[in-house]
Structure formats: C-alpha cells, structure tokens
Ligand binder design. Sequence first.
Ligand code: PLP
Length: 373
Amino acid sequence: MEIHPKITPIYQTSVFKFEDLHELESYFESPESRYMYSRNGNPNSDELANAVTKLEAGAGGIATGSGMAAIFAALLAYCQAGDHVLCAADIYGGSSSLLNAELSRMNITVTYVPFDALYSLAEFVKPTTRVLLAETISNPLLRVADLRQLAEECHRYGLKLIVDNTFASPILTRPLALGADITLHSVTKYIAGHSDVTAGAVVAADPDVAVRLKEIGMHYGLTLSPMESWLAVRGLKTLHLRIRQHCLNAMAIAEFLNQHPSVAAVYYPGLPTHPQHVLAAEQGKGLFGGMLSFKIADEAEKVNQLMRRSQRFPFAPSLAGVDSSLSYPLGTSHRYLTPEQQQQLGITTGLIRLSAGIEPVDELIADLEQALA
Ligand SMILES: *Cc1c(COP(=O)(O)O)cnc(C)c1O
C-alpha cells in the first residue's frame, strides 16, 4: 500500500536508518540527500525553516528550540570572543539578559544604542564591532525602526544588521528586503500563533551565512523537535489571516483606549499621533500589528484591579496568540533592567502591554470598558 499524506506527518524519530555502508557514505557525500539524526535535520523542522525562509524571502535558515536560541544563533553567526555588539536600547528583555549575563562571559561585549541615536552610529562603533541587533517594532513601547536607514548606517561601518521581526511578522515587514542581513523570530508568538509552542527561526540573506547557521544549530544543539515544528507549521498556514484580524482588533482597541479618561497614554503605531506612524504605515504595508501598550495611573493597585477584573485579557506574560492577553513589562520582560534603564525606556508602574487576539472586537472592548470603570 502506498501512503500519500496531504500534509507532512510528524516524523517523531530521533534518528534515521541506513541500509548499509554504501548508504552511509552517500549521506556524507551529499548530506542534503537524506536524513541521519534529528538534531542535524528532520523533515518537520526543515519544513518550518523553509516556510519561514520563503516568507522572509531569505537564502536559508534554521528552526530553533526557542526565540532565544534564534537570537543566540544569529549573534554567533557573526561574533566570536573579543567582538563587540551594538544593541538597540529598546529590546526584548531576554535579548539584553543574553548579552549581559552570558555572551559577556564569552568576551563578547555590548553597547546599547538609544532609539534616537540608531541612525548615527559613529560614536558607538569600535574596531571590534560586528553587528547591530534591533527589533522592527520594539517591545514594549512599539517604537518602529526604519530598517532601510538602519541597514545603510550599519553597512557604512561594515556591521551586519540582525533584526528581531517577532512583533511585525513577515506579513507586515520583510527586513531582508530592506537591507538586513539576518531576520529572526520567536516562532512562539505570531508564526505559531496559538500559545502552544515554544520555538524560533533565523533566516539569512547570504547562503554562506545560512550554512553557518545550520552548523551553529547542530553544534550547540539549538534544534527544534519534530512535534513543535509540526505545530508551528500548522499555525503558520493561517498567519496572513490571523495577522489581519490581530491588526484590526488592535487598532479598534487602541482607539478605544485613546479616548478613555483613565488611560494616560496609548502606544500603537497605527495611531496618527504615534511618532513613527508614517514610517510604520509604509514599512508595514498599512498594517500596524497586534501589539499595543498603554499607561494608567502609576499605582500597582490600579494595575491589579484591571488585571483581576478583565475576563477576556488574562495576565499571561507572552503575546501574539489567537486569544488576547495582558502583560506587565516592569514585572516580567523588563524586570532585570536597572531602574535607570527602566526609567529611560519609560517602563513605569502603570504601563500595561496588550496583545490583541482575533476574538470579536466588540466583546474585547466591552470587557476593557468594564475593567477600566
Ligand atoms: C518572546 C520574544 C523573544 C524570545 O522568544 P522565546 O520563544 O520566548 O525564546 C525574543 N524576541 C521577542 C521580540 C519576543 O517577543
């Protein structure tokens, strides 16, 4: 009986069989011809890597066990001991922890570049600087980086640009097309999209860098499991539909919050008052993403009340799932920044991050209305 599954089955196997020495030899002659060991390659993780590579229009990439593993792999693709990294000051808390606590031990040093200085890097660049790491849309204040300008500025000094494209997704923005050298995702977020997978992906513009990423994945064991890969591929098939609804819902919620008397500020690139609104519209093809943040009074008890009262926005320190959620940057993603860094970035007691899901938006707004009352 021949089996012709319509979709790729889950190859839940750690290893693949060889008939004889001849087969083993032919594998080593052309490793692309078959599979040997799932840490080195598996049909499910390759399917995910290829799908994200296609979406990002890159030369090649890898699927990783998490978004953090993706960031690690991207940095190692260009850096070794003694090198220096520039990192946008507005960055995912885990990225700065990786740089501060771990890569520093490998003698890879970091300098943080304030958002307003991103396009004039002269004073930050050293002879050992190799890369700049930035996000298309930053966490948690939704600042939008001009990737074309940033890539030009990086390349002027021979630096590679690594873009964490998690918040935007490739539906809004394809960093490689704008000049970035590597783009990466926490697949945990929009790409998988259902809050049931932890995964990452890294995609390079240059085929040689893609080969290097594959080696890094194998040697450090950053590989993603078959089951997680399969779930992420299933999620990815609806990415373009989900993103549209996430964006519509986020826009409606941002407009609602913007006119609410208890809300002091709303951070959403879709609002005309957002400082990078015009850039966001151009770079995001008229879509502004599903993430927003807002400020209420700087009182922990007020934040507690809102979290307890809301029914449709569970407090869950992640984002980008089909179900809406709230998060609290000061207590979670940006907890380990110094108080000065928190202050400089505007991460205060009253700052709440909202991930708009794809539920009926009037239900979401009604829930926020009663929770804020
Ligand atoms: C969540 C997140 C990460 C880390 O991804 P994990 O899958 O949790 O390891 C990196 N960057 C951004 C922007 C994120 O939101």
